[in-house]
Design a protein around this ligand. Sequence first.
Ligand SMILES: Cc1ncc(COP(=O)(O)O)c(C=O)c1O
Length: 463
Amino acid sequence: MELWQALKNHSQQQYYPFHMPGHKAGRLGAFTEILSQDITEITDFDNLHKPEGILLQSQKRCAELFGAEESFFLVNGSTSGILSSILSVCSAKDEIIVARNCHKSVYSALVLSGAKPIYILPENIENADFLGSITLEQIQKAVTKNTKAAIITSPTYEGITSNIAEISDFLHKKNILLIVDEAHGSHMKFHNYFPKTALQQNADIVIQSLHKTLPCPTQTAVLHIQGNRVNRNKLKQCLSMVQTSSPSYLFLSAIDFCCHWLEKEAKNAFEYYVQNLKWFYEQSKYWKHIVLLNEAGYCRDKSKLILQLPQRQMTGIQLNDILIKKYHLILEMGYLSYAIAMTSPADTKQGFDMLSKAITQIDAEICGNSKVMSFPKIQNILPILKYCPRQAFFAEKKQIPFSKSQGQICGEFIIPYPPGIPLLAPGEVITKQIMKQIAVLQKANISLVGCHNNTLNTIEVIS
Ligand SMILES: Cc1ncc(COP(=O)(O)O)c(C=O)c1O
């Protein structure tokens, strides 16, 4: 029996629970209706930290579905998969190639492991405030004799993918392991309208947030592995270190059910989904000002609808505000020159229709709008690294006025959120260029997380 069915049966039998959790099958507390299936590691329900029964079977089915050799359920998001994969591969004497547009969890893993990052900067995309692909040449240039692994994000938050096949081929010849943060790509396996997955292109470790693009609750994710470069024992130990010892059976069951749903329904559901996406891209051709980013010379996961605001007559933040207030629609993110509408196979034709009508109307109204907003393009720059993130994280620090911090070594993270990519990490020099970028983000009211002082009146630097 599959985990989700076993849990349903179990709750119908109404055993009296002399075990955790303390809400006692939903007798008290919040969300009581859904808690009857929220159990702990009782008889017959296995243990995520030593799966031998029903959970092992679920994970095996998941691996088969996604084309991995082994898969591990994650209840603390892709974050826990990224932390454990880097911890299992690198120690303080190792180097790891890190694409500078990686999510903040990668930088946390650098602090935890002590590994030295060799940052590479993805390609620039003309007229866009986000980065493009990682190229093979960039990886080739970055490799040294101490390189243990490389981690890249593909697809990115904006859906940009890299050529994983050629990168993994090159790295494997040098016995270097490739980790792909595919947090945004768990849907890609299920229709050829989307780019090939990292597993299909031979990456060694692939991490996916099911909750981002598949019908699965927040925090659910999976880590997949293949090949013989991964130290599987060590990886399992690291997973056990970073995941809670009380994983939610609601999350585990939801992952299991998502896999079941994909096995049974993906074919039809993804046909419908892709039809709707294609229809939406067609509609966007009628817009005069707002541009829906298409492939534009690089491979992109088109489930992400990137709405670009030309000539900065409106910011992505403003577009999101209008959609919320006037059209009752909420985007994933509004940024300076673009906004992201995230889609999934759970979206309906009606949903696509509403968004299309709203954008068409807003686009028509931009004509008469003479108020030109101007934000300089966010330049993407490689940081000057004075200390490794771990060294810097544990160093002595002091607070100084941000305005006087030019040339100092940053002691904390400055992370525009979303998308959660650090602008500054501990150990990096605070340059004039970075300070200018921070000013632009602050002017646009983009939230900065990670730092001690949210308003950045002061900043922590290394003493
Ligand atoms: C590229 C990328 N990687 C990893 C993560 C972390 O995923 P999770 O929230 O599932 O921990 C995110 C989250 O936003 C992300 O955008």
